[in-house]
Design a protein around this ligand. Sequence first.
Ligand SMILES: *[C@@H]1O[C@H](CO)[C@@H](O)[C@H](O)[C@H]1NC(C)=O
Ligand SMILES: *[C@@H]1O[C@H](CO)[C@@H](O)[C@H](O)[C@H]1NC(C)=O
Ligand SMILES: *[C@@H]1O[C@H](CO)[C@@H](O)[C@H](O)[C@H]1NC(C)=O
Ligand SMILES: *[C@@H]1O[C@H](CO)[C@@H](O)[C@H](O)[C@H]1NC(C)=O
Ligand SMILES: *[C@@H]1O[C@H](CO)[C@@H](O)[C@H](O)[C@H]1NC(C)=O
Ligand SMILES: *[C@@H]1O[C@H](CO)[C@@H](O)[C@H](O)[C@H]1NC(C)=O
Ligand SMILES: *[C@@H]1O[C@H](CO)[C@@H](O)[C@H](O)[C@H]1NC(C)=O
Ligand SMILES: *[C@@H]1O[C@H](CO)[C@@H](O)[C@H](O)[C@H]1NC(C)=O
Ligand SMILES: *[C@@H]1O[C@H](CO)[C@@H](O)[C@H](O)[C@H]1NC(C)=O
Ligand SMILES: *[C@@H]1O[C@H](CO)[C@@H](O)[C@H](O)[C@H]1NC(C)=O
Length: 655
Amino acid sequence: MVRHMFSHLVLLWSLALDLSITGLTYHKPKEGSWNNQSLFSVPVDLDVRLRRLDLSNNFIRQLHTLALPYLEQLDLSSNQLDLIFEGAFENLARLEELNLSRNALNNNFGSNTKAFRSISRLRSLDISMNGLSDDAVKLYLRNKPSLDQLKLTGNALTRLSHNLFKESKGLRSITIDDNQISVIEKGTFEPLYQLEMLNLARNNLANICDFKLHQLKYLNLSRNSVEFFVTLEDNHLYRLEILDLSHNKLIYFPIVPKMNSLKYLYLQNNMVGALNSEATMVSEVNALYREIMRERTVTKNNLHSNWRLMPLIYIDLSYNHFRSFPLETLSLLSSLQTLNFSNNCLQTIVWNIRNHSESGYHRQLVFPSLKYLDLQSNGLVSVSPFFLKALTQIETLNLQDNSVQPCSTLEDLEISQTIQQIHLNTSCVHFGQLRTLKHLNLRENNVTVLRQNTFKETSLISLNLARNPHMVMQAGALEDVQKTLESLIISDTNITSSDLFIPFMPALTHLKISNNHLDLIPNSLSYSPLRELDIRNNNFKSLNHSLIIALSLSLKRMYISNNNFNCCDSKWLSRLHELKINLPDINDTVCFTSDGYVGMTEYLKNPAVPCLFHTKAQEIHIGQIIVVFLFVTVLITVLIVFTRKLCCSQESFLV
Ligand SMILES: *[C@@H]1O[C@H](CO)[C@@H](O)[C@H](O)[C@H]1NC(C)=O
Ligand SMILES: *[C@@H]1O[C@H](CO)[C@@H](O)[C@H](O)[C@H]1NC(C)=O
Ligand SMILES: *[C@@H]1O[C@H](CO)[C@@H](O)[C@H](O)[C@H]1NC(C)=O
Ligand SMILES: *[C@@H]1O[C@H](CO)[C@@H](O)[C@H](O)[C@H]1NC(C)=O
Ligand SMILES: *[C@@H]1O[C@H](CO)[C@@H](O)[C@H](O)[C@H]1NC(C)=O
Ligand SMILES: *[C@@H]1O[C@H](CO)[C@@H](O)[C@H](O)[C@H]1NC(C)=O
Ligand SMILES: *[C@@H]1O[C@H](CO)[C@@H](O)[C@H](O)[C@H]1NC(C)=O
Ligand SMILES: *[C@@H]1O[C@H](CO)[C@@H](O)[C@H](O)[C@H]1NC(C)=O
Ligand SMILES: *[C@@H]1O[C@H](CO)[C@@H](O)[C@H](O)[C@H]1NC(C)=O
Ligand SMILES: *[C@@H]1O[C@H](CO)[C@@H](O)[C@H](O)[C@H]1NC(C)=O
């Protein structure tokens, strides 16, 4: 009887347990982590209720049967696994995510793959870095109908065959970067109707002759040897949004699907533009297209007709071989917001577009959405005013490391009135034309003169003039932007205080005037809400105390090292210190006293000491002399009186 009741109790208890597993505790999955515990085998006393098990970063070499009926996620990455026993996964009925990356599954793959066949519910599988060959991968992927995400990074695949994924047609994301793939058979990816993300970066793919994955949203072909990318024109809508063809050997722009959704196109580090002119490139790529498609109809400009429909917002063309700016092709991209054209070899941007008709009028193309243009490191000397006129929405222009000279407005005025005339001064750039410009970088251009009115009509927020060591600033050069400028950099220009003209700037929050020959901060700055100030590497001996008090209302950070500060004239610094303004390089800052240089931090700890003697001595000197003089006088008088008395008494004594 008692026994009977007891067994009932046990049954009830185990039922309750089961309920709590499947029901109540479901939202709090049980986890076990043995990450990096120097384990050589799977622990034996694992809780059967585990849903997640992390055994990564150990030395496990063999996997025996795991009896974890509730396990959903298993991480065995970074072990030395080379043998999985046939029944190892049989009792893992709920396993959905398996990470076996960084193991040695290329060994024993005959028996290992048998074990794999029983985990058919798997949704995510990572078998990266296992030295797997084409055949091994094929076997590991058998019977995986639920697979959604697959990672095969860093294996030894050379060829993707059409039956590789035939038992996992639901794949949405495939990552096979860093292998040696040079062949992709027809029909490998086409049947994967859910496929959205495909990463084939770092392989040996040479050409993409016929791209037709309509469903794909992300394709990464970076770091292959792709020479051209061509899509057969059809009337399908392609969902591709991101295409990365960077670090390849492209000579031409890719021919993208006619109806596409491309937003981001990465073409940096290729050889596009190596052919002389834009026109040559366009006609050659179209000829190539006709050759690949065996089309006989001539004269259709496939490249342009497809690019015209592309909703691209970002294109990176940096590190290519452009010697002329591909005006016509790029102006087709009416949604383009960011264009990275840095590190090409432009030297000049001329407006040599074909005229529309016989009328002879200059065709004015525009870049109607372009906000960000990066032209850094192009050896640019001149930029056609027509080009600047086309930048109707430009906000950020990076011209760093070129050789452009800003024009002054007088020249500018002539231009806008006589825009039809070709007698333009192209040896300087007319920034006054860029009414929407907010951020201008002219660092390292060997700018020689910054004239008054250079920035007339602009409303710049940030301006970088650093590293123009011969720059002469005319007195009113910054007046046109004085109300809008928030950030100004005039470092490394060898400028002295008498040549630095900073007007009253009520919006300025960041100022960098490091690496110059300055010894005075312009008083006009006391009205700026400066938050960050950098005066490193100058000739400052001291800073104006009342200016510092004014600045301290807004100042958050200040860089001061490598100046010629006088310790005994550093009330300004104590002030900054008291106000707890961040001085990140204070430990590298020294000041001098008559005894030599002292670290600023040491000085601040005990501000009065090195200067006490000197200052007090000066103040006290005269007083001391008077006191000493008086003292001596009194002493002598007393002495005289005393000796007189003594003499007298002696006299009297003698007498
Ligand atoms: C593993 O643990 C060792 C010692 O505790 C530590 O030095 C090492 O960085 C850890 N490795 C990882 C990958 O966490
Ligand atoms: C598998 O584990 C590795 C680290 O060991 C990690 O980098 C990788 O992202 C994991 N894979 C998945 C699919 O989470
Ligand atoms: C493409 O892959 C490369 C190499 O792995 C990577 O650096 C790059 O960020 C990827 N591109 C995109 C757009 O994700
Ligand atoms: C443009 O490309 C250069 C070089 O690749 C890079 O340093 C820079 O950050 C890029 N600019 C933008 C806006 O992406
Ligand atoms: C286009 O027309 C203008 C004005 O007549 C002319 O100066 C220019 O040379 C023409 N450009 C080309 C490429 O034919
Ligand atoms: C053109 O601009 C350069 C550089 O600013 C200037 O030196 C030159 O005098 C200008 N030429 C004419 C004709 O205005
Ligand atoms: C920069 O300009 C100065 C003065 O115009 C000139 O002497 C110097 O050669 C130029 N430097 C370079 C690198 O072009
Ligand atoms: C700028 O000043 C430094 C230090 O005085 C000097 O070595 C350098 O030659 C100067 N550069 C120019 C271009 O004047
Ligand atoms: C110090 O700054 C104040 C206010 O900015 C100014 O009135 C004064 O003339 C300055 N003193 C010197 C010596 O520049
Ligand atoms: C300066 O050095 C002191 C002592 O070494 C250190 O506590 C402090 O954080 C340093 N300050 C900065 C701004 O690096």
